[in-house]
Design a protein. Sequence first.
Length: 590
Amino acid sequence: MTTRPVHEYLPVADWRRTVRALLRHLGRHRGRLALVIVAMTASGAFGLVTPRLLGSIVDLVAHGGDVSDVVARGGVMVAAAIGCAACAGVGIAAAATVFEAVLAELREDMIDTVLRLPVARVEAAGTGDVLSRATDDVDKVSEAIGKALPSMLMAQAGVVVTVIGLAAIDWRFLLVAVATAPLYAVTARMYIRRAPAVYAAERTAAADRAHHVLGPIQGVSTVRAFDLGGPLSVRIDGHSWAVVRRSMRATVLQARLTGRLNLGEFIGMTVILLVGFVLVGDGSVTVGATTAAMLFFLALFDPIGQVMYVLDDLQSGAAALGRIVGVLDMPRAGDSSDDVETDDGTGLVARGVDFGYTPEHPILHDVSVSVGPGEHVALVGMSGAGKSTLATVLAGIHPAGSGTVTLGGVAIQDIPGTDRARRIALLTQEVHVFSGSLREDLQLAAPDASDERLWAALKKAGAHDRVRHLKQGLDTVVGENGEQVDAMVAQQLALARIDLLDPDVVIVDEATADAGSVGAGVLEESADAILAGRSALIIAHRLSQAAAADRIVHLSRGRVVEEGPHADLVASGGRYSEIWAAWTKGREEA
């Protein structure tokens, strides 16, 4: 039985690394970011005009002022309101361009990094962890930098300008800041200290739920065959309730934040009234000035509330951004390099390879296999012998625990990822038809390939006639939202991509297993055409494939037990001879 890799989450960046990554992206848009700050500050300044003039109107009325003076102040207030709205609009629009650009950059970097991560690392993390970072976490960051950050910038500008306005009326009104600032600081500190862990746990719980939901969906046929719906539903239910519990903790934390904000507002209004009462009593300020100070403070309710409440979105977004940046910091499988040598004639060679997904459960034991230039080697063995595991090690997907795997004399793990993918290709029975046109699907392997080259690859793979009969030919949309192709055509498209990729070595892992007897024969002919002239390691599902190979390697319980040409192994009377005799007899009886 094959033991799967230990579930190991992808890393999460700490807050320092997360902030540095965000500032680096923001730094690419300094000009527009400066415009955002200026526009929002101007909007806050215009916003103070109305409450200040309302206070002066109170004094005018109290001293029997003219109606024309009131009307004039009303006109200024209207102009200030227009200026406030205009500046706010400019600031919000500029912020949208900045933060949406940053989000696009983060999303592109995220997808690019995930696609370049070593496959073994992605498998160890699990589909749910990777998918949640590329979808849910990106959405959280989008919400934070698209809504929360502009709101916070505008709120901070409003707070600063309003505090300056209070000081301009009378410096003693700043006592309201002395009375309320410590409370707000303690509240913010409490929230910032507790919120990251709460939201990070919520995101992790969501990733766990996604992992346990996606697994049964991907293996729905197995779930139905073994009637696993009940136990798996219980497991999903447990992880779903874990998400609910984490979300409730976040809600309770937000409720505490709201209560402390309301307390700060009550204390601030009380201080304004007391200071105003004293100052009006000794003639230091007028009733209108006190009214303006109270209106200033009332105007602070919204920006202060915004600053505090966006901490909720910012903390959630920061937790999500930390998970994204954690992936961006991971070492990739490698980038393309011009320094990698071409095949020097030694082909693909594995010597003394040991491997296990966990140290406690080794699968391969001292395996040595070679595939020379242009040679076809068949790998046979019972189910569970370790054939597919060996294929992933030879392809560089999983590093060998011990021993060496070289391609053209270069260690497989030392070949940069994009070069490795070009030089050694692994084709399994689990192929994927990518959404889009057939042309785009095929050009994933060769972006510059002409239509003539695409048709030639399809013809060699045996799919030429099927594609010709499609109404739009290469422009036919395939995949989830397009033309549905059967398993055999999907395999033929995968074989055509192999031809377009033109690797040095092809590893074929039972690529005809699911095609049925008739389809398997067609796919064998397609595979023979594609593999002609190329080095190939073929994990043989049918012994007819093994018989046609130049050499056969017989694997049993993770060890090589026989190796040689088909005729020699049959004549030797060993295990392969027995298997061949049983297979031949079964075909004759059928």
